[in-house]
Design a protein around this ligand. Structure first.
Ligand code: G
Ligand code: G
Ligand code: MN
Ligand code: NA
Length: 251
């Protein structure tokens, strides 16, 4: 992949930045969290999507320093909003497979929290279903340690992988993020799986976030299904950190 070479010094040259997308409580409309979404401002190619470079970062191993940079930056940003008086919202960080599977993953997260001085209750980690369903004992061990420190844990893109429901039940997690494909299904009358996932989450006493909510009709359906939280262009698009603080202050 031709971007590989440029990739190595992009971290030094500060070409990565985090955007943030708010998540809202479907009933009160209040912002309950923000998800950090990385962008690469390439010097000649413009903005490159993480869908392109995260897989490259995984292959090259650069995901390890990059992943730590993302966590540190998100913690520092969250601390700033706290200093600006913003309470009660979490910052959610996407964790990739290789990053999670590092033996010292938990220690790395805890040392970044300590170094930045962020209270762990403000941090949320998003791991995909495929990460969660792999190496079950190792996953349980790591998530248990994270939960002991009050870090919030979500399963991302839920419904697209191959979850074993008996495994899922054993995982110490807080929340399911329903993949946006199920929300889009509402437009075509396909909402049975969405409804089932919401029911499943409730039965397991997990919070549930609907991703990729774009229309009022979808939001209305989600409310009927008693989904608690939504994220999507209907509410907010991912935005640069400079734009987020005024939004957080206005609500
Ligand atoms: O924001 P966008 O739609 O372009 O994201 C595309 C994909 O990249 C999504 O699957 C998202 O989870 C992933 N992604 C975005 N930011 C990060 C990040 O900071 N770390 C990891 N590991 N993945 C990310
Ligand atoms: O895999 P993950 O869920 O982390 O990725 C979230 C991705 O979804 C990001 O790339 C983000 O830009 C994108 N996204 C957020 N809201 C919407 C939306 O309403 N519609 C669509 N199509 N994509 C969205
Ligand atoms: Mn995510
Ligand atoms: Na997702």
């Amino acid at each position: 992949f031709e971007i590989t070479n440029d990739f190595y010094d992009a971290l030094d040259k500060e070409q990565f930045k985090l955007n943030y997308q708010p998540q809202v409580d479907l009933h009160s409309g209040k912002i309950v969290g923000v998800e950090a979404l990385i962008r690469w401002q390439h010097p000649t190619k413009g903005v490159i999507s993480p869908a392109k470079f995260i897989p490259v970062a995984e292959e090259t191993g650069l995901i390890i320093p990059l992943g730590s940079w993302i966590l540190r930056k998100a913690c520092l940003d969250r601390k700033q909003w706290l200093e600006a008086g913003i309470q009660d919202i979490r910052v959610a960080v996407n964790i990739s497979m290789k990053q999670f599977q590092q033996e010292n993953f938990v220690e790395t997260v805890l040392s970044i929290l300590e170094e930045t001085g962020l209270d762990p209750t403000y941090l949320e980690l998003e791991i995909t279903e495929s990460i969660a369903m792999n190496k079950h004992q190792d996953v349980i061990k790591k998530l248990t340690l994270l939960r002991e420190k009050q870090i919030y844990v979500s399963i991302d893109d839920f419904g697209t992988g191959y979850s074993s429901l008996s495994y899922l039940k054993e995982l110490p997690i807080n929340q399911l993020k329903v993949d946006q494909s199920f929300v889009q299904g509402i437009d075509h009358g396909n909402y049975q799986i969405l409804q089932s996932i919401i029911t499943l989450a409730q039965a397991m006493q997990l919070s549930v976030v609907a991703e990729g909510v774009e229309t009022e009709k979808q939001a209305q359906r989600l409310k009927e299904f008693k989904c608690s939280i939504a994220q999507g262009y209907l509410y907010y698009k991912p935005m640069p950190v400079e734009d987020l603080l005024p939004v957080l202050k206005s609500i």
